[in-house]
Design a protein around this ligand. Sequence first.
Ligand SMILES: NC(=O)C1=CN([C@@H]2O[C@H](COP(=O)(O)OP(=O)(O)OC[C@H]3O[C@@H](n4cnc5c(N)ncnc54)[C@H](OP(=O)(O)O)[C@@H]3O)[C@@H](O)[C@H]2O)[C@@H](O)CC1
Ligand SMILES: Cc1cc2nc3c(=O)[nH]c(=O)nc-3n(C[C@H](O)[C@H](O)[C@H](O)COP(=O)(O)O)c2cc1C
Ligand SMILES: Cc1ncc(COP(=O)(O)O)c(C=O)c1O
Ligand SMILES: [K+]
Length: 541
Amino acid sequence: MWSLIRKSRTMTCSLLTLSLPLFYNSISTIYRPARSLRNPLVTTSSVFLAPISSSAIRAFCSKSSEARGMADRAVLSIHNPDSISYLNQREAAEIDEILMGPLGFSVDQLMELAGLSVATSIAEVYKPGEYGRVLTICGPGNNGGDGLVAARHLYQFGYKPSICYPKRTNKPLYNGLVTQLESLSVPFLSVEDLPSDLSKDFDILVDAIFGFSFHGAPRPPFDDLLQRLVCLHGSDQTRQKAPVIVSVDIPSGWHVEEGDVGGEGIKPDMLVSLTAPKLCAKKFSGPHHFLGGRFVPPFIADKYKLRLPPYSGTAMCVRIGKPPQVDISALRENYISPEFLEEQVEADPIDQFRKWFDDAVAAGLREPNAMALSTAGMDGKPSSRIVLLKGVDKDGFVWYTNYESRKAHELTENPRASLLFYWDGLNRQVRVEGSVQKVSDEESDHYFHSRPRGSQIGAIVSKQSAVVPGRDYLYQQYKELVEKYSDGSLIPKPKHWGGYRLKPEYFEFWLGQQSRLHDRLRYSPQDVDGKKVWRIERLAP
Ligand SMILES: NC(=O)C1=CN([C@@H]2O[C@H](COP(=O)(O)OP(=O)(O)OC[C@H]3O[C@@H](n4cnc5c(N)ncnc54)[C@H](OP(=O)(O)O)[C@@H]3O)[C@@H](O)[C@H]2O)[C@@H](O)CC1
Ligand SMILES: Cc1cc2nc3c(=O)[nH]c(=O)nc-3n(C[C@H](O)[C@H](O)[C@H](O)COP(=O)(O)O)c2cc1C
Ligand SMILES: Cc1ncc(COP(=O)(O)O)c(C=O)c1O
Ligand SMILES: [K+]
């Protein structure tokens, strides 16, 4: 913790005005954990539902690092949806009580995290450009509260939510959530105000009517509302795009454990299970099943033998089960970017590259220095692979590799290459082409010794691009060298490892725009009175 605090001292000053959750979020964007953050996946001990004392929780917590080790080993099997845990109704209610009892959570906190998970799950699948108009139908309990929170986050994500909340709960928490939405001018519609055909006015219907405390048959006015959702399946979809239904935790009207018993209930397109899926989720056959509620402490995971998929990075939701079958030909993004004009760019393409590279770093993109390197040997057959940019200046672009690899052979035969950067999220691509030379041995030596010792040994072991009999073959040699250099002595750089530098002769900066009318600015060298200058031209997209 101290090293984190020391490192973040300068950052803290500029963040003092931010809220605490935002502050920690900013930290996780900049300082990533050594391994990805994972939900604990604990498979030991049987479930026995005894009262829980705080001493039991303390005793457990001292063992939880061991549990996390097991979690990492179990992670491989979790991609099989059959190995995910499902809760019955009693367990779901009990977890609620434990979280809000001995584990010290408040209902407001859990609802906020649950609602945020629902909103982020929706945003993963249904983009606001196409699915902007959202109707959230809220029931009388906490499931309805999750819906109110989700609607607020969806508003902040760029959607246009409306709310139908016919049975309000007169408690400070719910009144506050309503006030927050009203202050954003989010419309509240009564059941009578709702249009008879929901498909005309809405792209997404969020079903936050009933959660895990639902029992019996739906009573008015929810029986009628649910019937309207059911009817949408039969609507004439050739005339009108039917809105998608997103159910929060439980598809409302379904039995919490048995599912859609009579087969006449709603058929959501997306289900966002919270904490852990309930048994009815096994019957969900829609294309998008997500898990949210990233707050399950190891104590709960252990007690209920929860096996849950890991959340990646700072995500608030994770997809469960098989990804949907997509129509590849229909996959496309619409790019919306600010103007990119000739007058705005740097005269020197290296300066322009630095500007865009700094933007990619500031945007928190993963490995902004990853670039596709394309080469072709004497046979003229091109080949590409990703390498990491390790330096750029007026002399060119540097990367390190094995001098006996396929790319190295091709570069020996034909010392020309192209580099390609794609910065997804910024809608930017940069192409660089030029001639290639090895960097000096001193430069390679200096860089080699800046790498982690494991990677230095890896470079010795790997005869890159050669066929190897198996993983063990490499690992055995690696272990021997780790042992040999365990005294911390200098690991000599092997002769076959070093850097290349591409001296650029051509650049193109590409920025994605709407209707595929992208910006493309090309830099090519011109000789003006014996002096090299860069000519900037716009190319058709
Ligand atoms: N870790 C967790 O646990 C977390 C839980 N969270 C969320 O809480 C949800 C559970 O909330 P909950 O317990 O308030 O119950 P929920 O199902 O929303 O509503 C109960 C209400 O519905 C009513 N009602 C019942 N049956 C009915 C019927 N047939 N027809 C008409 N009404 C009926 C019932 O009235 P009653 O029958 O009692 O008169 C009561 O008013 C859970 O699913 C998740 O979304 C997250 O926020 C955070 C983490
Ligand atoms: C993100 C990423 C970064 C990589 N960085 C390098 C690198 O800097 N140097 C390298 O030799 N290989 C790197 N690789 C591996 C190469 O893509 C490639 O597998 C390897 O260099 C062998 O290529 P070749 O057989 O065409 O020579 C990287 C791969 C990825 C996915
Ligand atoms: C085979 C290989 N060599 C070199 C590198 C670059 O690693 P480093 O950043 O440690 O120099 C990578 C990175 O993925 C790699 O896969
Ligand atoms: K629901």
